[in-house]
Design a protein. Structure first.
Length: 528
């Protein structure tokens, strides 16, 4: 063996022995005694957009250091570099759920003295499972020394807000723990919480539900090509109502808690270009992109639900890291949203129709189609499509492509007329069904439906309540089409009885007061 090999083996053995000694010291430390982990061997450096998970107990502290990249920074007027700090609680001791005095605290400062004296730093505390803070370096002139702001130091500990002091280890606090993740970035908050739910129930039946996000884009010009958008942007987590109540008492603002909680189903890794109507024995979620109301949205189809049951959903959203790529490391958690399934199988949820592509709601369940919702949707779509033929031929007789001065309207086109007529036709041909009783709805005997096509081709299996079409679709039809068709609509001042037998008006309620098919921007809202 050469001298070089000998000394090499000796060095490796010495380092291994030293590491073992240090680790052994940490394992046998006296309860309540702090071990500062910011040593040479365990520097606890926290990297850009790379969250770190840890567990805090009473009397323990975690130390982290974030190296600031002075070549990249968010700037504001009269401010220099901005450092975003955010964190989530994965879990905590159950008896902490109702405690406002005992919280996990994060101290932060550009001064390393904060690691020995937390009064040198600023403090942020976890609340409802979430924390966020912003560290700002003081303004420096061109000759200023930025060395003292090259690192951000973090100290994390259990804290008693009542006594305004760290939580010591005692027989009463020895069972307390906080399992947390913290992230630091110069780009954005790694973890975020949004007070909006940003998810809306389109409709449900007894065993399924359809929900959509808010607009992915506000540009109508780019809505046609939904393939430009990443279907992985949003995810949905389905929870029982009982677990939603537990979350409200504990960690309702924690993305990590939702992602790792006892959810019934999630949309993660379960997307489709086109969703097929189906049923399942257990809860499942399939997501896809869709265009509704003139904008691209993500939609989530949930199957395998129980009738007359309330569920809760949490929507999450990925955000871009410093590389401008969608990251799995953090994200946004939106506020919960609740929905309840229908009482029985009188109604069937359908969507994705070829002709009536704006239809996405529950319809009377067909005796001829049974539980096959795909067949049900085809029957309804076929009825509306067949009725459209004669109108389409009549519209072709209208001079749409002539000079503007010769057209029936300088503001409307034949395409506007065709769209309005199709939306109106689909709404009055395909009734919206519910099992809820309301003064806004009309009770339908299963043998006395809105039209003969329903009686003969659909043959509903039960009586149901119909949510009448919104009168706005009739108004749009009369405004968008040539006067040659002589379309007219009932109003409150004339034929009011006919109005409320065939239509209803849209009001801002917790339930649908009428059924609207088409671009909701054309919907006139009646305020109380």
């Amino acid at each position: 063996m050469t001298n070089e090999m000998y000394w090499g083996l000796w060095a490796i053995t010495w380092i291994a022995t030293f590491l073992g000694t240090v680790r052994g010291y940490e394992d046998f430390v006296t309860p309540g005694e702090e071990v500062q982990r910011g040593s040479l061997l365990n520097s606890n450096l926290i990297q850009e957009w790379t969250p770190i998970e840890s567990v805090i107990t009473a009397g323990k502290r975690d130390y982290f250091t974030f190296a600031i990249n002075s070549t990249y920074a968010h700037t504001m007027s009269k401010l220099d570099m901005l450092i975003f700090i955010s964190g989530n609680l994965h879990s905590e001791t159950a008896r902490l759920f109702n405690s406002s005095g005992l919280q996990l605290a994060v101290w932060y400062s550009f001064d390393q003295e904060v690691t020995s004296d937390t009064s040198k730093g600023s403090r942020a505390v976890f609340s409802a499972g979430y924390m966020e803070a912003l560290a700002v370096t003081p303004l420096q002139n061109q000759d200023g020394n930025l060395t003292q702001y090259s690192n951000l130091y973090l100290v994390i500990e259990a804290y008693n807000l009542t006594s305004n002091s760290p939580l010591n280890l005692t027989s009463e606090t020895q069972d307390l723990f906080w399992n947390y993740t913290i992230g630091v970035s110069q780009y954005d908050l790694v973890f975020q919480w949004d007070v909006r739910s940003w998810i809306e129930l389109v409709d449900s039946d007894a065993d399924s539900a359809l929900l959509v996000t808010g607009n992915v884009t506000t540009s109508a010009a780019t809505s046609a090509n939904s393939s430009l958008y990443d279907v992985g942007l949003y995810e949905l987590y389905l929870y029982s109502y009982e677990d939603i109540v537990k979350f409200d008492k504990a960690l309702p603002h924690s993305l990590r808690a939702v992602q790792n909680g006892p959810y019934l189903a999630s949309s993660v890794n379960n997307s489709a270009v086109e969703i097929e109507l189906s049923s399942s024995n257990r809860p499942e979620i399939v997501k896809s992109l869709t265009v509704r109301g003139g904008s691209v949205k993500e939609q989530f189809y949930i199957t395998g639900l129980n009738h007359s049951t309330t569920y809760g959903v949490y929507l999450t959203k990925k955000i871009s890291d410093n590389t401008e790529l969608l990251s799995d490391s953090g994200g946004i958690l939106f506020s919960k949203s609740l929905f309840t399934t229908m009482a029985d199988d009188s109604c069937s949820l359908i969507f994705g129709l070829n002709f009536c592509d704006g239809v996405a709601y529950s319809v009377p369940t067909s005796e001829t189609a049974g539980t096959n919702k795909t067949v049900t949707s085809l029957i309804y779509d076929g009825i509306a499509s067949s009725l459209y033929g004669n109108f389409s031929k009549a519209l072709q007789m209208v001079p749409c492509d002539t000079e503007k001065d010769s057209r029936f309207s300088p503001l409307r086109t034949c395409n506007d007329c065709a769209n309005s007529y199709r939306n109106w036709l689909c709404a009055v041909t395909i009734p919206r069904c519910t099992t809820d009783n309301s003064s806004y709805y009309i009770h339908r005997d299963k043998t006395q439906n809105r039209n003969d096509f329903i009686d003969q081709l659909i043959q509903p299996i039960h009586d149901y309540y119909e949510i009448l079409p919104c009168i706005d679709m009739c108004y749009n039809l009369a405004a968008d089409c040539p006067p040659d068709f002589q379309f007219s609509c009932p109003s409150k001042t004339s034929h009011s009885e006919l109005l409320y037998l065939s239509y209803n008006v849209y009001e801002e309620k917790e339930f649908h007061t009428c059924n609207y098919v088409g671009n909701s921007r054309n919907l006139h809202i009646l305020h109380d």
